[in-house]
Design a binder for this molecule. Structure first.
Ligand SMILES: *Cc1c(COP(=O)(O)O)cnc(C)c1O
Length: 432
């Protein structure tokens, strides 16, 4: 079975193509979602993507490089926008690579990451012109060299290092304990000969993505400072100058609840001082300091609009059943979710507040298909539209879309108040 992303077939899928029901202005495009078949729908606003990019770029001292992590949202229009803004691409599958190249990211500015790459994935990436790979072990380094040799290419390797301790701050730690990501710092320091690489997979730098969703400048700075310290230790162990330092990111953003995107502008000066102190000469054209972000760049561009299908009381609690659920939002990130999805009422008009908690549930035949308990939704009725804000990152593409085979949600792209395109991912089975 294959997920066929029909949008991807057109070379420039985001080209303006006004929809007959296109609204003339904000808010919310709820007016254009009047028909029951039009919900659930994700609405992505490219103006918000530009704003988030502007804010993040302003927080990073030049000439830092910024990678967009496609897993957060690989919608073609979002990708085209971020490529046009000058982002590089961080991908970890053949599908993400294909989407990045179609959207206009340059292959020589793609970083291919992830533990456990298949030979065929690496071969395909090298054939597409990808020249930089994050490697997680000596096995991965030898694999890259072997495939590089077969293609008579010399791909570069960034060694991903798993630091001894998790990063501070309240985010989601990726490394800092037993992990499939990276090689332990102690391993690299004790056996540097296993991590030197060779002509067909030269180790040119480090990849230090430690965690996600840090919400304060101080937590981000502490992470980068820790990463730079690890980079220094690895450089000493390998007795080499490593020109590329990918410090990862972890720039936090609200998820599935209303709220503004935090401005990390205050980060720029202290980060510049940190880099100047720890990596003198980092601005030289032969060196690169890079950051990565998925969540921050796309979280605020997306909202999911869903319709109330049923309202009832069960064991004393109000239950609101909607036409979306964990198959469209909160699957991956929802299974051990710390923060509930908090839908808000989109339909206008005065509504009395509802006393007591509410269970907002989807329509999958599974008890885990619930978004929230205890939301502050006012009184609602069947037919009302609800919106889940800040789901431009880790929305549809982090969900359990095949479960139950409900239709995929519409995906509508707007730019400010203007609708640009709407499409729906299709799923089909192929014989192979
Ligand atoms: C997921 C991931 C990112 C993006 O993380 P965000 O929290 O979305 O910014 C960046 N780099 C790597 C290696 C990742 O796996």
């Amino acid at each position: 079975m294959k997920i066929g992303d029909d949008r991807g077939r057109a070379p420039a899928p985001h080209r303006p193509r006004p929809h007959p029901h296109a609204p003339t202005g904000p808010p919310a495009h709820a007016g254009s979602l009047a028909h029951p078949e039009e919900t659930p729908a994700y609405v992505y606003d490219l103006a918000e993507v530009r704003k988030a990019h502007r804010q993040l770029a302003a927080a990073l001292p030049p000439p830092s490089a910024l990678y967009y992590s496609l897993k957060a949202n690989p919608h073609p229009a979002v990708l085209c926008q971020l490529a046009a803004l000058g982002c590089r691409a961080e991908v970890s599958s053949p599908g993400e690579l294909r989407a990045a190249l179609r959207a206009g990211f340059r292959p020589d500015e793609v970083l291919y990451t992830g533990p456990g790459k298949r030979d065929v994935d690496i071969s395909g990436a090298i054939r597409s012109g990808v020249a930089e790979f994050s490697v997680d072990s000596p096995v991965a380094l030898r694999q890259l060299a072997r495939i590089g040799r077969q293609h008579d290419e010399r791909p570069r390797a960034l060694l991903r290092v798993n630091q001894p301790l998790p990063p501070g701050g309240a985010g989601l730690a990726m490394t800092g304990g037993p992990s499939q990501f990276g090689a332990d710092l102690s391993w690299v320091c004790e056996h540097p000969e296993q991590f030197q690489g060779e002509a067909h997979a030269r180790v040119v730098g480090l990849h230090l993505y430690m965690g996600s969703n840090l919400t304060s400048e101080s937590a981000l700075l502490a992470t980068f400072s820790y990463a730079l310290d690890i980079a220094r230790q690895v450089g000493e162990a390998l007795r080499r100058d490593l020109p590329v330092t990918d410090l990862g990111g972890g720039f936090g953003a609200p998820y599935a609840r209303p709220g503004p995107l935090r401005d990390f502008g205050e980060l720029r000066e202290p980060l510049k001082r940190l880099l100047d102190g720890e990596r003198p000469g980092w601005r030289s054209p032969h060196r690169r300091v890079a950051f990565e972000s998925g969540r921050y760049l796309t979280a605020s561009c997306g909202r999911l609009v869903t319709r109330v299908l049923d309202v009832k009381v069960s064991h004393g609690r109000r239950v609101v059943v909607v036409d979306s659920g964990v198959h469209h939002l909160g699957g991956m990130s929802g299974l051990s979710r710390e923060h509930p999805v908090e839908p808000v009422l989109l339909t206008t008009g005065p509504r009395p507040p509802h006393p007591g908690p509410t269970l907002v549930a989807g329509r999958l035949c599974h008890p885990r298909d619930r978004w929230a308990i205890g939301t502050s939704l006012p009184e609602v009725a069947e037919g009302d539209l609800l919106a889940v804000e800040n789901v431009g990152a880790y929305g549809l593409h982090a969900s359990l879309t095949l479960f139950h085979a409900h239709p995929m949600p519409l995906e509508i792209v707007v730019d400010g108040g203007r609708e640009i395109e709407r499409s729906r991912i299709g799923v089909h089975r192929e014989r192979c």
